[in-house]
Design a protein around this ligand. Structure first.
Ligand SMILES: Cc1cc2nc3c(=O)[nH]c(=O)nc-3n(C[C@H](O)[C@H](O)[C@H](O)COP(=O)(O)O)c2cc1C
Length: 383
């Protein structure tokens, strides 16, 4: 009797629903108070981690604006998986390593351009939903922090206005989502080149419409256009610009290999932050599959990745597989409610976490991080 009760309790606890934590508790409300007024913004100094910025933005922004940023596709299972997948794999920390120089090893290059850290601001539309200065805070914050910013094709400000706000030596890539209208597309390439952008990021992960239910409720859903995106189109676009064209939204080893075969200079593993196809893999899963089945891709092409990166440890797991730099989307949009200072704070937090966590796993030089620092068998609880 007692035996079967114990077995029963064990079985039911194994199958109990695991709670999903959109923003893990960092003690923010313990500090600012559980009755902190809706519509108010906590002090910037109370933002100690990236998830705090989401709480602040949700509390402060009109619900429509917050929902546009927060939204995921359909049941949001891919959105949720993007966040949780990093916890499926544990580090294998090494001790007794001289890590005194780790901070000096954060700088990296992307397409030959120098940056102070291996992370960047992913292209996200409509920064004016977060702050009246919109993308200006992001471009200036990126410059102050020395990282890459990729403004979205659907930015609140024109691509020329954003480029004009950049520092003379600042590198920007332009993200383009191209329609079936070739005349309009060609103009975008010409404008991006004339404005001084150094590369084109062609987003290819949304050829169809997407079901964004949370956003649709507030009338800020996605477009339902069906777009032709093929390797032939890539060749056509190459004839229109001298800028390198990379592909954002690669989600399989097969397409990563095809990108290499087609001479694409860089790819971004991304499922659009779980906003387009529910059931699409997280970038970590795709990077792991590349590592297991066709690892030389990481040497043959620059591989970037974005989706769900909220901690230095998340970034380190992607870097360990061979990803060159990781993109961060929503946290930067949420940080924009504090203006440029908020953007800079996210950059500072990520640099501190990446350097500290790399040291804690025994990495002396960030360039030497490799798959051996992570146990790639998933933990049961997060499968
Ligand atoms: C509000 C919002 C708008 C976005 N707009 C674009 C866009 O215009 N073009 C694009 O390629 N990706 C866009 N993305 C996807 C991001 O570039 C990036 O892939 C994603 O945000 C990464 O996931 P994360 O938010 O979990 O960091 C958008 C994402 C968000 C949250």
């Amino acid at each position: 009797m007692r035996y079967s009760f114990t077995i029963g309790a064990l079985v039911s606890s194994v199958f109990a629903t695991r709670p999903f934590l959109n923003e893990p508790d960092t003690g923010l409300l313990d500090k600012i108070g559980y009755n902190f007024p809706v519509g108010s913004l906590p002090e910037l100094e109370d933002m100690v981690g990236l998830p705090d910025f989401e709480w602040a933005a949700r509390n402060y922004l009109p619900i429509v604006n917050y929902t546009y940023y927060r939204n995921g596709a359909a049941g949001e299972w891919s959105y949720r998986n993007n966040l949780e997948v990093y916890q499926r794999y544990r580090f294998k920390p090494r001790m007794m390593v001289d890590i005194s120089g780790i901070k000096s090893t954060l700088p990296t290059t992307i397409l030959g351009h120098n940056f102070s850290a291996p992370f960047y601001i992913s292209p996200c539309a409509k920064a004016a939903y977060g702050h009246p200065d919109a993308e200006l805070n992001l471009v200036k914050g990126a410059n102050a922090g020395g990282i890459l910013y990729i403004p979205s094709r659907y930015s609140s400000l024109k691509m020329e206005t954003i480029a004009e706000a950049a520092a003379p030596d600042q590198t920007l890539f332009a993200q383009l989502k191209l329609s079936n209208d070739d005349v309009a597309s060609k103009k975008l390439f010409t404008r991006a080149e004339a404005a001084g952008y150094k590369a084109i990021v062609w987003t290819v992960d949304a050829p169809g419409g997407s079901s964004r239910q949370r956003a649709q409720r507030f009338d800020v859903g996605a477009s339902d256009e069906f777009t032709v995106q093929t390797w032939d189109k890539l060749q056509q676009y190459r004839n229109w610009t001298s800028l390198p064209i990379g592909l954002k939204g690669i989600q399989s080893v097969a397409d990563a290999r095809l990108a290499v075969d087609h001479g694409v200079p860089f790819i971004i593993l991304s499922n659009h932050g779980g906003r387009n196809l529910d059931g699409s893999p997280s970038p970590l899963e795709v990077a792991l599959e590349i590592h297991e089945t066709d690892p030389s891709i990481f040497q043959e092409i620059e591989v970037l990745a974005d989706g769900g990166v909220r901690y230095g440890t998340d970034a380190l797991k992607l870097l360990a597989l061979g990803v060159k730099a990781v993109g961060i989307g929503r946290p930067f949009m949420f940080s924009n409610v504090y203006g440029q200072e908020g953007v800079e704070k996210v950059i500072d937090i990520m640099k501190t976490e990446i350097a500290g966590d790399a040291a804690n796993i025994g990495v002396a030089d960030l360039k030497s991080i490799n798959p051996d620092y992570v146990k790639w068998q998933p933990n049961f609880w997060y499968t």
